[in-house]
Design a protein around this ligand. Structure first.
Ligand SMILES: [Zn+2]
Length: 141
């Protein structure tokens, strides 16, 4: 089974790799290298707790005025969980992207580790996109 289309739209760096099965390997490796520290889980719990709190407030507002539909409470906590998941995903995605770029560089493909910009033929030693110094092994000598 090859990569799904969303893989390459989320990680456009993968398009630099020729074969589909190779892309899959690189993505797998890049994802495995991401470590999820305690901060991830704390952030997740915090957002969910906020969601529960919001749900409580909405619920009490509902019973006080009777004007708001009760499902709002459920929606509020669902949104909070979604937001928490989304944040975690975005931060994991950034780490995975970085690992993919590291892998590309290791394979001799010049990309900026920081932003993924194509550094082929770069002579300034600095990424023109984000200003990050170009990795030593990519310097044109
Ligand atoms: Zn850059």
């Amino acid at each position: 089974m090859g990569l799904r289309p969303w893989h390459t739209s989320w990680f456009p760096e993968l398009l630099r790799i020729e074969s589909d099965s190779d892309r899959k390997d690189v993505l797998k490796k890049a994802s495995k290298r991401v470590t999820y520290g305690a901060g991830y889980y704390l952030a997740f719990v915090a957002v969910v707790l906020c969601g529960v709190l919001v749900a409580r407030v909405v619920q009490s507002a509902c019973s006080r005025w009777g004007a708001l539909p009760g499902y709002l409470a459920g929606t509020a906590s669902a949104l909070a969980c979604g937001a928490a998941g989304g944040l975690l995903f975005l931060s994991a995605r950034e780490k995975i992207s970085r690992n993919i770029r590291l892998e590309l560089v290791a394979r001799g493909m010049p990309v900026c580790i920081e932003c993924g910009y194509d550094l082929t033929g770069n002579e300034s030693g600095v990424c023109p996109e984000c200003g990050e110094p170009v990795a030593d092994e990519l310097q044109v000598r």
